[in-house]
Design a protein around this ligand. Sequence first.
Ligand SMILES: [Zn+2]
Ligand SMILES: [Zn+2]
Length: 317
Amino acid sequence: MFIEALNAYIDPIKPVDKAIITHAHADHAKPNHNKVLATKDTINIMKIRYGENCAKKFQAIEYGEKININGLGITLYPAGHILGSAQVLLENKKNKVLITGDYKTKSDDTAQSFELVKTETLITEATFGLPIFKHPEPAEEIEKLLSSIKLFTNKCHIVGAYALGKAQRVISLLRKKGYDDIIYLHGAIEKITNYYLQRGIKLGKLKKVTKDDVHNLKGKIVIAPPSALKDKWVRKFPDVRYCLASGWMIIKQRVKQSKIELPLVISDHADWNELTNTILNSKAKKIWLTHGRTDALEYWCKKNNLNAMALYLKRDD
Ligand SMILES: [Zn+2]
Ligand SMILES: [Zn+2]
């Protein structure tokens, strides 16, 4: 997304001169930009993932702090998606445009809470933009994992969860339910989790899983990136129950086609109800849809007398 007045891009997929980054997920935050404007957390996580010098210059701004460039006000608001994630509000005397980035409105102890922003034009994500996508309460999904541990006492429960955001949220949800046993981590999750700990997010007793551990993990929980459930790493464990925490687990067909035995529908994106409520509550008159399933949402907007249009992403290939 290019902003002409700023000569800047939001979440550009290639290195650019000026980038505003909504959050540190790999499809939004790329290395090697010249200047990066983002929240402190996003910048810190980018540095952990890509190295200290992954951009020439960084400018961190606080949530709610407005800066002015070329007559345009820029303010970041919490998006509730992961730690440091932001919505971007651009405004001048005539207009207000809010770009949500990835967001969710459901509570999450590992991210700053989503803030509703009134705007004239809303550019919203649409990852789960179909009425069939109604996510259950995460606490209920975590209950399924805890029941499974009680039932399959001989199995090591390996839970696939994205290394940034989802992994820490799953751990936090387990702790909230009173689970106080050690939670084991795949090496790829350790660094980012340490950052969350450093930021004061309570995750209880954690341990990086080692070769010596694999035979002593009956009835224990290991958190690993989803890709690790498919590679040879997982074969070291003798008796595994495969679990995956993802919004996509709501699609039964996806579960069937995978080796996942325990799907946990835990999403860091807004579901249909959150999307439509946010559109209504933002009071926006113009809705631009991007990043996902736009058709049904476009239809819904038009039925509600809102001016809506789908944006198309330029692909890297
Ligand atoms: Zn994201
Ligand atoms: Zn995304």
